[in-house]
Design a protein around this ligand. Structure first.
Ligand code: GAL
Length: 680
């Protein structure tokens, strides 16, 4: 069913020929240049609605068919978008209900993009008609590889239709208004509702003080967006069941729980635009943050590759400072995407537009129109690299460790009134755990609290403030079965509706798992300091948060050494049936956390492979082979140890040590049979 599986790696990008229909010379040149750049796929039609349907009910698809034919004849496949990312003026004029309403209750005027009401029956009907016709017209086109639904779904609509749908969703979820009032603790400040139709979304100038409401609105927005996505998908699937479906995600976009949307998709794809070469962190840190984002995407469908749908070969136009990628960065970023499990490297955009909002956004082909530019040449070089890595296509990354990074939890932490609003840093904390695992050479997935933990030897679930109905039970089962689990300060404070657990945190049975409860949480001013002394005498630095713990079975592994809680446990470990549950009550410095994670991994029997500074290492595998990816973001050559096999970019054979130059990467093929032979 999946036409995408086990092909070559895809290389291409968003192509907007509709902007150049009056320039056949340019369209012809595009094909010539695409072939030169090693492009084998383009994404068409993302913002083409006003050309595809210039007047209501008047459709013009011939130009698109001609372009797709021409591309296909030249070896280039098409990812075909549905055009719901931006609507034509006639639609807004005739169906004003399709215009989104913002959090102040203001209806938008026509214009810009990503601004349709996702509930509006009129909008759904119009896009439904469009999708049905597109699918019928192109269902047998040999170049059609994948459907790309809409573009970067996001935002929320507060119109009367969405409000009503929200109220229906709440009634379905909570059953009775009494139940909702209890779950949201609305008696506080006299906020009880009498009927579901009184519940408004959290308008900017309305109700914002009920944490349960705020979270329910986010969940509803995700639910409604998933419903919208399914609406478009079902139409496409009815006509083209064999064509897989994706939509492009945006990094860790906070407005939607991507894991819910992912269930509607055959393939995960996303758009990556890191701020390379910035002045506030090292290139290594920028790239590892990007690795985390890739891992989040990959982990939504672990059994198959994901796609890098957009990236830029030069500079974007929307960062605070739009710095161009330095020589070599583009190729390195492309190899990184492949290393993390992507089967594609694609760009926004193939050719720069002449006017409007993105006329200065980077592209493979500049306004210059030449092929001898640095960016074109680096893109072509990337095309050659991806061709050399052809056999990687279809292989997957298998992780031994997981970091739990959960959207509901993220929303709940963000919204909680407590600690320090500035220092909660949930995303950064999860990212740091991920980075430390990578530095220990431990491949790591990034999962939600609803995913299964059982396939991992080690699970780190930092700041797991919100527990869902099943989370505590799953964590206990995981440890009982022999898992190594690490949780931290702020674990298990609230239930799925953000009601605090009574009788001590962590709630919901986790006190028994960790053998402790937390009596107080201390929040530090930036100049406050404390330290933890470990059993071996080593010291760790505490920053931002320190929980004061009371033990009821856990063994202390480290104790605070200052302040009124000096001598009490800061880090503990508790044996629970076959596994161990570690609790780190304070935010600790990176070096200390790395030591702890190393110990956990060793206990779990994972082989540690310390990765040299500024280096990154990943393995993808299939039935026959392992592909070892070794990357260097630093200014010195890196010596990677224990690498054996053929390097696919140079054809050289590595027999133990491999040198990787600054801003370069190596990909070493290890045949699986060979490894068995060696064992014998
Ligand atoms: C993406 C979007 C593209 C383009 C690009 C610019 O977020 O999907 O259409 O706007 O950003 O970086």
């Amino acid at each position: 069913m999946n036409k995408l599986r086990n092909r070559e790696l895809l290389h291409g990008g968003d192509y907007n020929p509709e902007q150049w229909l009056d320039r056949p010379d340019i369209l012809e040149e595009d094909i010539r240049l695409m072939k030169k750049a090693g492009v084998n796929v383009v994404t068409l039609g993302v913002f083409s609605w006003s050309i595809l349907e210039p007047k209501e009910g008047v459709y013009q698809f011939a130009w698109l068919e001609e372009i797709m034919d021409n591309l296909y004849q030249n070896g280039i496949h098409t990812i075909l978008a549905t055009p719901s990312g931006a609507k034509p003026v006639w639609l807004d004029e005739k169906y004003p209900e399709a215009l989104r309403v913002d959090e102040w209750g203001r209806r938008r005027h026509h214009g810009v993009r990503h601004n349709h009401c996702i509930t509006s029956p009129a909008f759904r009907k119009k896009i439904g008609e469009m999708d049905r016709l597109l699918a019928k017209r192109f269902k047998d086109h040999p170049g059609l590889l994948l459907w790309h639904i809409s573009n970067e779904l996001g935002g929320a609509c507060y119109c009367p239709l969405c409000q009503k749908r929200f109220q229906e969703y709440l009634e379905q979820t909570y059953g009775t208004i009494e139940h909702l009032n209890k779950a949201w603790w609305t008696v506080f400040w006299s906020h009880q509702y009498q009927r579901f139709d009184q519940v408004e979304p959290p308008f900017a100038n309305g109700e914002g003080s009920i944490m349960g409401l705020n979270l329910a609105w986010k969940r509803f927005t995700t639910w409604n967006m998933a419903d919208y996505l399914r609406w478009e998908k079902d139409i496409l699937k009815e006509i083209t069941p064999g064509i897989p479906v994706t939509t492009n995600f945006m990094k860790l976009y906070p407005g939607l729980d991507y894991r819910v949307l992912a269930k509607e998709l055959d393939v995960i794809s996303w758009d990556s635009y890191p701020r390379y070469h910035n002045d506030y962190e090292s290139l290594y840190d920028t790239c590892i943050e990007n690795a985390f984002d890739h891992a989040v995407m990959r982990s939504m469908k672990k059994d198959r590759p994901f796609l890098l749908m957009e990236s830029v070969p030069g500079a974007v136009n929307w960062h605070d400072y739009n710095k161009v990628k330095r020589p070599g960065m583009h190729k390195l970023a492309a190899i990184q995407a492949a290393a993390l499990g992507s089967d594609s490297v694609q760009y926004f955009q193939w050719r720069k537009s002449r006017g409007s909002f993105e006329q200065y956004h980077g592209a493979v082909v500049d306004h210059l129109g030449r092929e001898d530019t640095r960016i074109f040449q680096e893109t072509a070089e990337t095309g050659r690299v991806l061709a050399a890595l052809k056999d990687v296509a279809g292989s997957v990354v298998k992780a031994k460790a997981a970091v739990v990074f959960d959207w509901d939890n993220r929303w709940a932490i963000q919204d909680m009134k407590g600690l320090s609003q500035k220092k909660k840093e949930y995303e950064k904390t999860c990212m740091n755990f991920y980075k430390l695992f990578l530095e220990l050479g431990v491949e790591t997935d990034v999962i939600s609290r609803e995913d299964s933990f059982s396939t991992y030897d080690v699970v780190a679930a930092p700041m797991l403030y919100l527990l869902g109905e099943d989370t505590a039970r799953k964590l206990k089962e995981y440890v009982a079965g022999g898992g190594q689990l690490l949780c931290t300060y702020l674990t298990g404070y609230v239930d799925k509706d953000t009601l605090c657990y009574l009788g001590g945190f962590p709630g919901d049975g986790l006190k028994e798992l960790f053998g402790l409860y937390s009596e107080e949480m201390d929040t530090f001013y930036p100049s406050d300091k404390n330290q933890v002394r470990f059993l071996d005498g080593s010291l760790g630095e505490v920053r931002d948060f320190a929980e004061i713990l009371k033990l009821s079975g856990a063994e202390p592994v480290g104790v605070y050494i200052h302040d009124f809680y000096a001598g009490t446990a800061a880090v503990t470990r508790s044996q629970y049936e076959k596994g161990s549950a570690w609790y780190v009550g304070a935010r600790l410095d990176e070096g200390t956390m790395k030591r702890l994670l190393r110990e956990l991994c060793q206990e779990a029997g994972i082989t540690i492979r310390e990765i040299p500074g500024n280096g990154e290492y990943h393995v993808r595998e299939n039935g026959e082979a392992r592909f070892h990816f070794l990357l260097n973001y630093g200014e010195e050559t890196i010596k990677f140890q224990d690498v054996r096999g053929m390097e696919l970019l140079t054809g050289e054979v590595a027999e133990g040590e491999l040198l990787v130059k600054p801003m370069e990467a190596a990909v070493v093929l290890e045949k699986k049979q060979l490894a068995k032979g060696e064992d014998r």
